[in-house]
Design a protein around this ligand. Structure first.
Ligand SMILES: O=C(O)c1cc(=O)[nH]c(=O)n1[C@@H]1O[C@H](COP(=O)(O)O)[C@@H](O)[C@H]1O
Length: 275
């Protein structure tokens, strides 16, 4: 999906919500466990209940890979289900890949040829040749980790060089030489608050993937105050806050309600920021 189509979806649905499909069999309702493929059955129910309120889905690969072949099959079935039934949804595979060039090229094949997702999260630590193999695909996106939501983001990302430039700023500046805002987005955690203003000084037009609202406590209002652009420029993810809103047979309806509540908040914020 290209940037124009993504912005159109946001404007039409009055939402920039991404539902995180971090499906944990220890947390899904008991009634799902008797299904032949419980991960897929749970995802399907969540997708059907939330699709009208969101513009993207982000399955995190860790939750699938831990089940080996079965997990990978459930992941593939989820992507195919979305593609067939909700083709307007932007699909982000959250796998945080990145390796020497020829290995990254294989990861790119897996996600952009075999699986046909729209975007992949990529770690910048190994530099240019570890990222550029993902950029050889039209309308496919690299979502580069810039300033993450976790406590450990302070360990490296906020350290400074001799001129006071922070590492996440160097990531933003250097990576713009590899791709423009039609192919690259950045991960910035919702927990980073006012730092969104600093992010925007470096990337005024790029989309940001923003995890960390809901379970991690980030503020949607603050993210929008400092991070929203005239095209919205934000895809805000919530995983646990939506998919585990209820642990009974009512789980899908509850997920739909939680997604709707966020969408309504987002519609108000879009209006307030004149998007
Ligand atoms: O790349 C990510 O998506 C990501 C980056 C980051 O800085 N923080 C972060 O939480 N994530 C992911 O976003 C999701 C957040 O889930 P919840 O905290 O349950 O909403 C998980 O899949 C995380 O792996």
């Amino acid at each position: 999906m290209n940037k124009q189509k993504l912005v159109e979806q946001i404007r039409t649905k009055r939402s920039f919500l991404c539902v995180g499909l971090d499906t944990d069999l220890k947390k899904v309702p008991q009634c799902m466990l008797s299904e032949e493929d419980p991960i897929f059955a749970f995802n399907k129910a969540i997708i059907d209940a939330t699709a009208s309120y969101c513009i993207a889905y982000k399955p995190n690969l860790a939750f699938y890979e831990c089940f080996g072949v079965k997990g990978w099959v459930a992941f593939e079935k989820t992507i195919n289900y979305l593609r067939k039934n909700y083709p307007e949804q932007f699909i982000i595979a959250d796998a945080k890949r990145g390796d020497i060039g020829n290995t990254s090229a294989m990861y790119a094949r897996a996600f952009f040829e075999d699986l046909d997702v729209d975007a992949l999260t990529v770690a910048p630590y190994m530099g240019e040749d570890s990222v550029t193999p993902f950029l050889n695909y039209k309308d496919k996106w690299v979502v580069l980790l810039a300033l993450t939501s976790n406590k450990g983001s302070h360990d490296f990302q906020l350290t400074t060089d001799e001129n006071g430039k922070r590492l996440f700023e160097e990531v933003l500046d250097k990576s713009q030489k590899w791709a423009n805002d039609e192919q690259m987005m950045y991960v910035v955690g919702a927990t980073q608050g006012k730092l969104f203003a600093d992010i925007r000084k470096h990337v005024p037009n790029h989309f940001l993937l923003v995890p960390g609202v809901g379970a991690q406590g980030g503020s949607l209002e603050e993210v929008c105050k400092y991070g929203m652009t005239s095209d919205c420029g934000l895809i805000v993810n919530s995983s646990r806050g939506i998919i585990y809103a209820d642990s009974t047979t009512n789980f899908a309806e509850a997920a739909g309600k939680a997604a709707k509540a966020l969408q309504e908040e987002m519609a108000t914020l879009l209006l307030a920021h004149k998007v």
